[in-house]
Design a protein around this ligand. Structure first.
Ligand code: GLU
Length: 305
């Protein structure tokens, strides 16, 4: 309960800074004449003829008539929940949310048939393997350790670990500057082991927005995790925060699902491929993650297994 409340407070701070940032010129969305020219989100045709034999996850979702998807809620342009917008589909936004919706459409579920569940990094494997969610889309790095517990479709994007610091900071230029410095990250993330190697003093929270608060109040020197996440926070706080821009890992993002459900994994990979090929992936990127400043990278090859 306390975790939920702390995340909610951290997110309301973010929303306020986001609203403040929107009214300013010079944010990544503004066109030359000062009007906002945000690219439009694609819509996904919901399939009606879906047949997926021998997927326990799909069979259960079909029976309940709803799909339960795990996501992040405090990562702007990736997985964000606007707490003032009610609990409907429109309250969730970001590239991961679009990836989740394009897959859902190919499985025969419209946005109104999706129940979203916010799951923090440390709880992902458990939420998937205990069947609390049908699949998970939320900056989830594919790696061997996790593959022992869950399975992954994708990758659908490759991020890299980086650092977020105060805009006024000039002495942190990469992980090598972090020996003995206070660095914030999230429990259950790949970011922890990657940064501990550099001798940083690491503090862990449940969600990255909590680290943003600690950085803004000078309680830590840096926040470290994937550049894709950090760019969103910097774009929402352009006067106060900056990404160092020195990636030091590769983080291929996958869709997490039950370990033994190969039929569902294949179907999700097919859905990713179809939406990459028909231009939806690129449109979704431009309308979400692209708004934090970087153009669309090449789509990574799927790792089917
Ligand atoms: N991609 C990394 C991971 O899966 C860091 C981001 C996160 O915690 O979601 O651990």
């Amino acid at each position: 309960m306390r975790t939920r409340r702390t995340i909610a407070i951290a997110m309301s701070v973010l929303t306020l800074t986001a609203v403040a940032a929107c009214g300013k010129s010079g944010s990544p969305n503004d066109s030359a004449d000062g009007t906002s020219a945000a690219p439009q989100l694609p819509t996904y045709q919901v399939k009606t003829d879906v047949k997926l034999d021998n997927s326990p996850t799909y069979a259960a979702a079909k029976k309940r008539g709803r799909l339960v998807i795990g996501a992040k809620s405090d990562q702007p342009f990736l997985g964000f929940e606007d707490l003032s917008a009610g609990s409907g589909a429109s309250a969730r936004s970001g590239f991961d949310i679009e990836i989740a919706k394009m897959i859902a459409a190919d499985l025969g579920f419209s946005p109104s048939q999706i129940d979203w569940k916010t799951i923090v990094s440390a709880n992902r494997e458990n939420a998937i393997s205990s069947g609390q969610i049908d699949y998970y889309v939320g900056t989830y790095t594919i790696n061997a350790g996790r593959k022992a517990q869950v399975s992954f479709a994708g990758p659908y994007y490759v991020a890299g670990q980086d650092l977020l610091v105060l805009k006024s900071n000039t002495d942190i230029t990469g992980p090598d500057s972090l020996k003995g410095r206070a660095v914030c990250t999230v429990a259950g993330s790949t970011s922890i082991a990657n940064i501990e190697k550099y001798g940083a003093k690491v503090t862990k929270y449940d969600a990255y927005s909590q680290c943003v608060d600690k950085l803004l109040t000078n309680e830590v020197d840096a926040l470290t995790t994937d550049d894709a996440i950090l760019k969103g926070y910097a774009a929402k706080n352009p006067d106060k925060l900056k990404v160092v821009g020195n990636r030091f890992t590769q983080e291929p993002y996958g869709v997490g699902l039950a370990k033994d459900d190969k039929v569902l994994r294949d179907a999700i990979n097919d859905a990713l491929k179809a939406h990459e090929d028909n231009g939806d992936w690129k449109k979704a990127y431009d309308a979400t993650l692209g708004r934090s400043g970087a153009g669309a990278p090449p789509v990574p090859a799927l790792d089917r297994y």
